[in-house]
Write a protein that binds this ligand. Sequence first.
Ligand code: C5P
Length: 411
Amino acid sequence: MSSAKRILLIIGGGIAAYKCLELIRRLKERGHHVRAIMTKAAHHFVTPLSVGALTNERVFTDLFDLDDEHDIGHIRLARDADLIVVAPATADLIARMAGGHADDLATAVLLATDKTVLVAPAMNPRMWLNPATRRNVTQLRLDGIRFIGPADGEMAERGEAGPGRLVEVPELVTTIEAALAPATAKCGPLAGRHVIVTSGPTHEPIDPVRYLANRSSGKQGHELAAAAAHVGARVTLITGPVSLPEPAGVHVVRVVTASEMLEAVKASLPADMAVFAAAVADWRTAKPNAEKIKKSTSGTPPMLNLIENPDILKTIAQSAKDRPKLVIGFAAETLDVLAHAKKKLKSKGADWIVANDVSPATGIMGGDNNAIHLITGAGIESWPEMSKADVARKIIERAAEQLTAKRTAAE
Ligand code: C5P
């Protein structure tokens, strides 16, 4: 990130508060200036000492601290930031925000600010799904507050799962930078370009309750969309069913099946570049059953009549009309990664293939990191393991260079 930004992080009192330490480190690493406010409850989960050591700043806690009021005060804290991030946002903090309370430093700053506020909730799924929280979130959205997450998953409480986890730090960083981006995006290297990204799995119905799918989380595709938007592109993200937050500043088209994904891609053309990161199901049932298929009394399982899905990457890469200047495909393999990927570059007609090993032992499928090989007409580059957000940034950086080179060559 070239221009450092001032982020005011409000840390609420939840078990996920520990993730803020990592968040601060990542934001600082990327050159941002971070100031933190901790609510009283947050002190039970992280100490001001550790937060202060990472921000390199004093940590603000009290509304009526005389020193603070003279020195900086809640109005200046609110105004001095480019973006306010509330993470983790508890149900109580969200309720107090929705009610316009200002009886502690965190809520007073939130009431006094005219800056973008990004809220990352974290709470028990029942609290998140409670009608009171739903009402408060709806109200805050109407008031222009942005939300990221919560993510689905296991809770700290044993045996509890559902929506309520704080989204992971890499996603938080991407969303924070996207929220900060509008000021810089118009002049980024992809300004004025249209980028299509496909992401996630597709679900192919068997009957009204069952479907064929795969384990793709959509993380890499969503990061690519966010990274392209961050450097100025107009991005259309066409995604299968995922439980990820929508990247900020991106036009999202939600689809379910491969056929719908192909139609959505065609409808989004023309584009300067298309990145096909979706893990499209290779097959679908020829005719999904209208009713739920029942178990037969004889114990004979039903036969599924599968047919091949359209190959979206191949269709677009080989189309004579409206082919994007740069078409990038992915190759997720568990064996002979490079050999398969090289074949795919030719057979699909892509300009680049991003190949990775998705054997369960690598932890890449659904994980936050990726180790990729970039296969282009010029050869193969193997990149070291890094976060999916960093992979996305580097691919987009390279793609922007390539598009600029193509434009210069054409002139
Ligand atoms: O053939 P395979 O599925 O391994 O190819 C992977 C690449 O092709 C990915 O970029 C994926 O998004 C794309 N693909 C597609 N439509 C399909 C199958 C794969 O766009 N039906």
